[in-house]
Design a protein around this ligand. Structure first.
Ligand code: GLU
Length: 372
């Protein structure tokens, strides 16, 4: 068995029942404990995005409800009230370590639309470069996926794909994936390691009556591990209450179940980019082709001789050399109407031509794959 390398970029997901002590109000001591571990991990060079649910639980308590509401609109209203309290607790906890936090509310649909995908990716990447900790939750006012079904497990997997994280860490109140339903068979064993692409793990997770079906059960966590695995991230499902759980994962002392991805994150992303349907073509000058092919640089407007076709910000476009041979494909930061105005021009002229500047690059190198 190879040693697990958790990589530099992690998505850490914490669930409602864990941080709200099963509905008994928010467990600040537990949050302080994770925050202290995250601060330590940052000092070791990790970049971390936190995906936290708990808004409904906090909101229901603040509104004086004695149990979790059942109607969807009440759940959404509770989430809107509770998100304020949730984010305050995180902000205060991270302030003790002089770490800035940022609130990011997303929906699955945001990540399906190419334009919003690029916006969310660019913002999260920028927030990480600014050394902040983004704290993501579902935007429960406009959608109901996570409050109905998966307690942010699938959102966490999509965020993992979005930022190309190396690891998804799902903290829960279970020790990990067990071989049997622990209620039917108390001697069920912890599965220490599995392949994220193995279909059998879904069957095992489905047997768990602890949380086999419905909101945020083991099934939705294993589903999340499978989604994350497709973009090359490994997933760890572990008990958030065990002391030093994140530090243990970093040290390779696996405290829960590790779902290894068969792919490397970079290769998975390149395969994904290469598979996208192209919406337009850019003809590049020799200098730009050289920069992309031998230096791995981003594409700037100055290197584009011609733009062909109609495309929108976030679409995939084909990049060709002057003889029309495809050299690669990438996600473009500007729509075709805007590219026509700035192609061939230096970056300093983007704002003058368009009246604003989204990004200095037409295609960022992380969103580009060389082909041919
Ligand atoms: N977004 C929801 C929250 O933060 C999901 C979890 C839940 O339904 O409890 O509360």
């Amino acid at each position: 068995m190879n040693k697990y390398e958790s990589g530099d970029t992690w998505v850490v997901k914490v669930g409602s029942s864990l941080l709200s002590s099963d509905g008994a109000g928010i467990d600040k001591a537990l949050i302080d404990n994770w925050v202290a571990q995250i601060a330590r991990l940052r000092n070791l060079g990790k970049k971390i995005v936190l995906v936290s649910s708990g808004a409904v639980a906090v909101g229901a308590k603040r509104l004086g409800m004695t149990s979790r509401p059942t109607s969807l609109h009440e759940l959404q209203a509770a989430a809107a009230v509770g998100q304020m309290g949730l984010i305050q607790v995180y902000e205060t906890a991270f302030q003790r370590f002089n770490i800035l936090t940022a609130q990011v509310l997303l929906t699955n649909d945001d990540l399906l639309s190419r334009k919003r995908y690029l916006n969310a990716r660019n913002t999260l990447t920028k927030l990480m470069h600014m050394n902040t900790i983004p704290i993501v939750n579902e935007n429960d006012t406009v959608v109901t996926d996570e409050i109905q079904f998966s307690d942010n497990d699938s959102l966490a997997a999509l965020v993992t794909n979005l930022i190309n994280a190396d690891s998804l860490i799902i903290l829960t109140d279970q020790p990990g994936l067990l071989s049997e339903d622990p209620i039917a068979n108390p001697s069920a064993k912890l599965i220490k390691e599995a392949s994220a692409s193995d279909p059998a793990i879904l069957r095992v997770a489905g047997k768990s009556s602890v949380a086999g079906v419905g909101r945020g059960g083991m099934l939705s966590k294993v589903n999340a591990a499978q989604i994350a695995g497709k973009s090359g991230a490994s997933t760890v499902i572990a008990c958030g209450r065990s002391e030093g759980v994140l530090i243990d994962i970093q040290a390779g002392n696996m405290p829960g179940t590790l779902f290894r991805s068969e792919k490397e994150a970079v290769i998975a992303r390149k395969q994904w980019l290469a598979s996208l349907r192209s919406s337009g073509t850019l003809i590049l000058d020799q200098g730009a082709c050289d920069q992309l092919t031998s230096k791995g640089s981003s594409l700037l407007p100055v290197g584009v001789k011609q733009s062909i076709g109609e495309y929108k910000r976030g679409d995939a476009v084909t990049c060709c050399n002057e003889s029309g041979r495809e050299i690669g494909r990438g996600l473009i930061n500007y729509g075709s109407g805007q590219v026509l105005k700035i192609c061939g021009k230096p970056t300093s002229e983007i704002e003058g031509q368009l009246g604003f500047i989204s990004e200095e690059e037409l295609i960022h190198r992380d969103n580009f794959v060389l082909l041919g």
